[in-house]
Design a protein around this ligand. Structure first.
Ligand code: CP
Length: 309
């Protein structure tokens, strides 16, 4: 069996919970599974934490990771994305890790690789999905002892263009979080009928949205996905919609602040909040390695159980 991780919605029942629990266990010292093989990373968009944490995760499991730079590959000579991926798959890696600006690209790659036994892991496709970010955020909160049944989770900022938000809400719905909220300028909130935000309260007043929150996730403005946008300067944006020091000081005493990164300090979050006691930003980064190890174990374990059957 070949397992792909394309989005939260297509994960089989129970697998999201298993991946989160496995990442939390690895972070607490559980022994990683020994794996053999190669991983290819294909990032058509820039990345720091996702790409490097996939590399670290592969190395810690004994997998070799090779990064192919699309700008320096034969895709610049007219080769289609499918042919590039089929060529790489012909060298029989265990998985391709794919990031692309075009929504749906990881599924396209998975379709092109049908029958090869090579897994596809989505590292972010446009504003559609970023499943490993959602899973690592959830694992960070499990590590903190958060009770999903009591959680009140607010995502703040540019939700309209955010793949993190879409995957996060898909996951939190699956985990049974009863109180999901979003807040930000109306031009950066999604269309009212966007199904990815089903069941999420839309609260334009930031202070009301933050009241009694247990988790606040700040999101940067995704300028690379916005054609034209009229927004105030950074200081005015911060005052109106950012997690300022004053707003953070009014949060519940045990409220946690997350940010998937990269952080735009002084815009969606105050520098002292990003570095302060509520912030779990660097814990998220650390959990990213454990979670991606769990994903590789899940992918390679499925392939091995097929080949030994
Ligand atoms: N959170 C996230 O995807 O960050 P990078 O773009 O640095 O990978």
């Amino acid at each position: 069996m070949t397992r792909h991780l394309i989005d939260i919605e297509s994960l089989p029942p129970g697998d999201a919970e298993r991946l989160i629990a496995r990442a939390a266990a690895l972070s607490q010292g559980a022994a990683p599974r020994a794996c053999r093989g190669e991983i290819v990373q294909l990032f058509w968009e820039p990345s720091t934490r996702t790409r490097v944490s996939f590399e670290f995760a592969a190395h810690r499991l004994g997998l070799r990771s090779l990064a192919v730079d699309p700008e320096r590959s034969s895709s610049t000579k007219g080769e289609t994305l499918e042919d590039t991926c089929r060529t790489l798959a012909a060298m029989q890696p265990s998985a391709l890790v794919v990031r692309h600006a075009e929504p749906g690209t990881p599924q396209r790659v998975a379709d092109a690789l049908a029958g090869t036994g090579v897994a596809v892991i989505n590292a972010g496709d446009g504003s559609r999905a970023h499943p490993t970010q959602a899973l690592l955020d959830a694992a960070t909160l499990v590590d903190e002892g958060l009770d999903w049944a009591q959680a009140r989770i607010v995502l703040l900022g540019d939700l309209r263009h955010s793949r993190v938000a879409r995957s996060a809400f898909a996951l939190y719905r699956r985990l049974g979080v009863p109180d999901l909220r979003m807040s930000g300028p109306s031009s950066l909130l999604p269309d009212a009928d966007d199904p990815a935000f089903r069941g999420v309260a839309r609260i334009e007043d930031v202070d009301s949205a933050l009241a009694d929150a247990s988790v606040v996730v700040c999101l940067r403005i995704q300028r690379e996905r916005i054609q034209a946008l009229s927004l105030p300067d950074a200081d005015s944006y911060h005052a109106a919609w950012g997690l300022t020091e004053a707003r953070a000081s009014r949060l519940q005493p045990d409220a946690r602040v997350l940010h998937p990164g990269p952080v735009n300090r002084g815009v969606e979050i105050a520098p002292d909040v990003a570095d302060g006691g509520r912030s779990r930003i660097l814990r998220q980064v650390r959990m990213g390695v454990w979670l991606r190890m769990a994903v590789f174990e899940w992918v390679v374990g499925a392939a091995e159980s097929t080949s030994s059957a």
